[in-house]
Design a binder for this molecule. Structure first.
Ligand SMILES: Nc1nc2c(ncn2[C@@H]2O[C@H](COP(=O)(O)OP(=O)(O)OP(=O)(O)O)[C@@H](O)[C@H]2O)c(=O)[nH]1
Ligand SMILES: [Mg+2]
Length: 260
């Protein structure tokens, strides 16, 4: 963070794949909740016509923009494209926001407030004090809590909701975490970003949110997405722990040499 860093211009990125029943209401709620913010809908050529609805919304409102992508490539790829667009356009704060109503636009001002209070990255968190989930099946809660615990154990990061996808970043944070090297596609994408932010010394703050299960449309969550997250975090963890051990070994041998 630099003292002269501007934090006025906010871009909320919404990746969409078959969200025709959700996209209009979520953008309306966002426009009401944070009227100055701009919205970028990053649609992967949804067969249900989400892209056409997005075009209509954008032609009626100069705060709404649309990125049409050629096909379904996963939420990570859509966010990366959205981040690059937003950084090129000079936005100061970039926000990740699902279309399905799980992230509530009315809670966004609290995330932005935490950024303006000094955080480099803010995570909307279900698993800190004050956070909650509404209508989420026990199985999904188990995967989410288990994934976060697994990540904390392997990577040693003090983040309670590592897989959460309601996140805000200073532009300077995104510029400092080598986005070009991010290869994760699904949930793992969120872990990848927070792990990079922490490794690069940025301040990450978790803000409690109420996460609501989607009412309309289908989840794109799949077994592959869970497997990708498990594999990648375990590999990162092994690499990280090996480096820690190597560092300890070098320190011990230096001490032995000094004593000899
Ligand atoms: N552009 C794009 N958006 C996607 C893709 N996959 C998911 N999304 C969007 O990313 C957001 C989160 O996806 P969801 O299907 O809700 O997945 P989830 O929130 O991880 O899982 P649930 O909690 O079960 O809903 C939604 O706005 C989706 O439309 C994709 O391949 N491309
Ligand atoms: Mg969802």
């Amino acid at each position: 963070m630099t003292s002269e860093e501007s934090l006025d211009r906010v871009l909320v990125i919404i990746p969409t794949y078959n969200e025709s029943q959700n996209i209009e209401s979520i953008t309306n709620r966002l426009r009401r909740s944070v009227p100055d913010a701009h919205i970028l809908i990053a649609d992967d050529n949804s067969p249900d016509g989400t892209g056409d609805i997005a075009d209509r919304l954008s032609s009626d409102d100069d705060h709404i923009h649309v990125m049409h992508r050629k096909g379904k490539e996963g939420l990570g790829a859509a966010y990366l494209a959205g981040f690059h667009w937003g950084l090129d356009e000079g936005y100061d704060i970039l926000v990740e926001h699902d279309a399905d109503g799980s992230h509530q636009p009315e809670e966004l001002p609290r995330l932005l407030q935490a950024i303006r209070a000094g955080a480099d990255m803010v995570k909307g968190s279900r698993w800190v004090k004050g956070g909650s989930v509404i209508n989420w099946p026990k199985s999904r809660q188990f995967i989410s809590r288990g994934g976060s615990l697994w990540t904390r154990l392997w990577l040693g990061i003090p983040v309670k909701d590592a897989t959460g996808g309601f996140n805000a970043f200073r532009a300077s944070t995104l510029r400092g975490i080598s986005l070009d090297e991010v290869a994760s596609a699904g949930y793992c994408f969120q872990i990848d970003l927070v792990w990079r932010a922490i490794r690069n010394g940025y301040t990450v703050v978790e803000v409690p949110i109420e996460f609501v299960e989607r009412e309309f449309g289908d989840s794109k969550m799949s077994r592959n997405i869970v497997v990708e997250a498990l594999l990648r975090t375990t590999l990162w963890g092994i690499e990280y722990r090996a480096k820690q051990l190597f560092g300890l070994g070098r320190k011990a041998s230096r001490q032995l040499l000094r004593k000899a």
